[in-house]
Write a protein that binds this ligand. Structure first.
Ligand SMILES: Cc1ncc(COP(=O)(O)O)c(C=O)c1O
Length: 431
């Protein structure tokens, strides 16, 4: 790779310096952002792109004047960068939208034309409701049947034998999360996609919680649709849908008559958030920068990729490697507290099968109470069901306040996790 890359050590100080919000203090106390599964902090390259767009290029599309022409080229570049991020075949497979949930409802509505009463839709109890409710409503409208896949409560992994039995020639769609937003499990998408395709079913992947933590290659996964949200990977509030071009082309959109009739625009209703797309481009430039700086040793994992696509994937691989250290530290630290029960994969040798989102309960304590204590110390964590209501219900936690969710991202440090663990042992358990 010669001088394509500069250094190779993951430099957390250099990475943190690219996030202005990480230095903010309240009453002289640092903020510890472990609320990342709900949305990450925004990097400087993204903030700059948003501001630059709104000052210098702000316009609607399709005009013959400077700002409109520049808008077209920025939006095209954002689409191309997203295509590289996902290793899509072309930027025409990238649809921007408000967020994952809105895009999923839109595709479900379009798919209603292809689904009939005798069909079945497979959903899992490990998913965020954004990848469940749209399909329940689709089934409701079409008369199709919903088939549920359970997970093993011991380590919160999906039951693949159950999948094998449930997917039949009646199955029209399999909706599956890439990584669980509540317990962090990574699901074997390639395997599940191949099972689904063997009976002619479509595969819709929710990669919202996976995208901030590891590289995605949609061609390798061979699913049909995949959604993610740039606000979970260091950009602004935005949603992105990838779909195989041939499918997007055939699928009927819900659109106004004068809007374009071809993908991706036919699915992008109304005026989009241009600043959001510009900010997404900036977030992806940050990931590319990580790849160029610290991704060298990962390049051999991506033999089919070149240029920006390769650098972004190396960046995400560097993030994944770093975050596994955070996962290990967090899990081992929590395991020292006898009252803690962690949900999800905890075996150190299986850390590559989970993202660093770690959820737990503390015997005798309401999760909300713990989150409040943490909040008082400026440590930001989540409590409750976090929209994974099926997961909570299968674990029997829906009536007891769900779980405490700690979600490190690539800019968090071991020291921050130590502070969280210290508050848990000193301020919570000892009192
Ligand atoms: C796994 C998962 N899917 C879907 C969503 C919903 O995403 P959005 O807010 O972009 O609609 C979230 C949000 O937290 C999520 O974690």
């Amino acid at each position: 790779m010669g001088n394509m890359f500069t250094t190779d050590d993951y430099n957390i100080t250099a990475i943190r310096a690219r996030f202005p919000s990480l230095t903010i203090k309240d009453n002289n106390i640092n903020r510890i952002y472990l609320d990342n599964p709900g949305g990450t902090q925004v990097c400087k390259t993204s903030l700059d792109k948003i501001q630059d767009y709104l000052i210098n290029n702000n316009a609607n599309r399709g005009g013959f004047f400077r700002t409109s022409i520049d808008t077209e080229s920025i939006l095209l570049e954002a689409r191309r960068a997203m295509s590289d991020f996902l290793h899509a075949d072309s930027e025409r497979e990238i649809v921007f939208g408000q967020n994952m949930t809105s895009l999923t409802f839109a595709i479900a509505r379009s798919l209603a034309k292809w689904i009939q009463t005798e069909h079945e839709i497979v959903v899992t109890r490990l998913d965020h409701d954004g990848n469940i409710s749209p399909w329940l409503q689709l089934a409701d409208e079409t008369g199709a049947k919903i088939r549920w896949i359970d997970f093993n409560p011991k380590d919160c992994t999906l039951d693949l034998d159950d999948f094998e039995k449930t997917i039949t020639d009646k199955t029209k769609l399999v909706a599956i999360g890439y990584a669980s937003n509540s317990v962090g499990t990574i699901n074997p998408i390639k395997k599940i996609a191949s099972m689904a395709h063997s009976v002619g079913a479509l595969v819709f992947v929710d990669a919202v919680q996976y995208a901030p933590h590891a590289p995605i290659d949609v061609q390798e996964l061979d699913a049909d649709f995949l959604v993610c949200s740039p606000y979970k990977f260091f950009g602004p509030h935005q949603g992105v849908l990838w779909g195989k071009y041939e499918l997007l082309d055939r699928l009927p959109p819900y659109k106004v008559r004068p809007a374009e009739n071809h993908p991706p625009h036919k699915f992008e209703t109304g005026t989009q958030s241009h600043e959001g797309q510009a900010g997404t481009l900036g977030a992806l430039e940050h990931i590319e920068w990580i790849g160029r700086q610290f991704g060298h040793r990962h390049a051999s994992q991506f033999p089919k990729m070149t240029n920006r696509c390769l650098h972004m994937h190396c960046g995400m691989a560097a993030i994944k490697t770093y975050e596994q250290k955070l996962s290990r530290h967090l899990i081992e630290g929590l395991q020292k507290i006898s009252e803690v029960r962690i949900y999800g994969i905890t075996k150190i040798q299986q850390l590559d099968k989970r993202v660093p989102t770690v959820s737990f309960t503390l015997k005798g304590y309401d999760p909300r109470h713990i989150a409040q204590i943490m909040g008082d110390k400026n440590i930001f964590v989540w409590d409750g069901h976090n929209y994974a209501i099926e997961t909570m219900s299968q674990l029997g936690l829906e009536k007891t306040g769900g779980m405490i969710r700690v979600g490190p991202a690539h800019y968090n440090t071991i020291e921050e996790l130590d502070q969280l663990l210290e508050v848990l042992t000193e301020s919570v358990v000892k009192h």
